[in-house]
Design a protein around this ligand. Structure first.
Ligand code: E4P
Length: 223
């Protein structure tokens, strides 16, 4: 089970790496545009992320027609050995996925909202499928049930494509994805930072230390 950071912000990526919680990164055009608005170029933003990340980094094309998608994909893939091309789940995206599979270039098929889209992306040769749970919750659907659907379909047909749960909004999404057996969960930085802590952990620790200090009047370690 891998944890990816859903961010194009290099400070967030460095922090997640320092914490030992960074298996990979996902970006999208909105996240990259936000970083570029601070004055960095596309190549600079992406190469920094590729360099800082110990695993796969998904970088999305901005074209929607097959030819341009493919040419952008090849440029993205040439930026680093850990670059994964993110393609939207459209008919052109599926054809481009097939072409990249032949060239052994890994694809993350994004903007997936049901099991059929996930199956089609997998059949086209995607390495990852990215179902967006939060955006389904936003329109009153149960995003997590789509993960269950995809997991069942992939198990039924022995599909090896990895389920990368995206559009995560809270720790409950994370734990439910883990219970369902997701291969990868990509998290925004604010959700990732919340995961290691629990108020009862903090309370318990402070009580242990207070009891020790009350008993011995100091925190000197006796060994
Ligand atoms: C995934 O790869 C996407 O970048 C991301 O999870 C989208 O999340 P959002 O719905 O919070 O924008």
């Amino acid at each position: 089970m891998k944890l990816f950071l859903d961010s194009a912000n290099i400070e967030e990526i460095k922090k997640a790496r320092e914490w030992g919680l960074l298996d990979g990164v996902t970006t999208n055009p909105s996240l990259v545009a936000k970083e570029m608005s601070k004055g960095k170029g596309f190549r600079e933003v992406i190469t920094e992320i590729l360099h800082e990340t110990p695993g796969p980094v998904s970088i999305e094309v901005i074209a929607t027609d097959y030819e341009t998608m493919l040419s952008q994909a090849l440029k993205i893939s040439s930026l680093g050995s850990n670059a994964v091309v993110k393609l939207p789940m459209t008919l052109n995206g599926l054809n481009a996925t097939r072409a990249l599979k032949e060239k052994r270039i890994p694809v993350n098929s994004t903007l997936i909202f049901n099991g059929i889209q996930a199956l089609f992306a997998a059949k086209a040769g995607a390495e990852f499928v990215s179902p967006f749970v939060g955006r389904l919750d936003d329109i009153g659907e149960d995003g997590m049930s789509v993960i269950e659907q995809i997991k069942t379909i992939f198990t039924n047909y022995d599909i090896k494509t990895k389920i990368l749960v995206a559009s995560i909004r809270n720790p409950l999404h994370v734990v439910r994805a883990m219970i369902m057996g997701a291969d990868v969960i990509t998290l925004p930085f604010d959700v990732l930072s919340k995961l290691p802590s629990h108020p009862k952990t903090d309370e318990g620790l402070s009580r242990f230390l207070k009891d020790w200090e009350n008993a011995f009047g100091s925190m000197e370690f006796p060994l």
